[in-house]
Write a protein that binds this ligand. Sequence first.
Ligand SMILES: [Zn+2]
Length: 120
Amino acid sequence: MSKDTRLVYSTDPALNQRCPRCREVLSECTCEPEVDVKAAKFVAILRIEKQARGGKTVTVIDRLPKNELFLKQLTTTLKKKCGAGGTYLMSGRDGVIEIQGDKRELIRKHLAAEGIQSKG
Ligand SMILES: [Zn+2]
């Protein structure tokens, strides 16, 4: 037995901090942490998927930073560049953008122009 073992009682101030967005105590907060896109190092993964309903082809851009503003702006730009519909999702582990049709070539070019690395 170590003689240094002892119990330390303390009130942790971190437990009383509030979330700046929802004003909840942090332990109660369910906000998703926003990813700092500029600091994030990521490689977007492009893949083709068939939608369950109607079997339409979509280009999925996966592994994007979960930052709503970033995803929203990138989706808008890609929709314009591709002349296709699209949407973004933040429900999974990473941010995801879906653009209708097989637009990998255009998307890859645009991501490169934006300094975003991509694979697939
Ligand atoms: Zn919150």
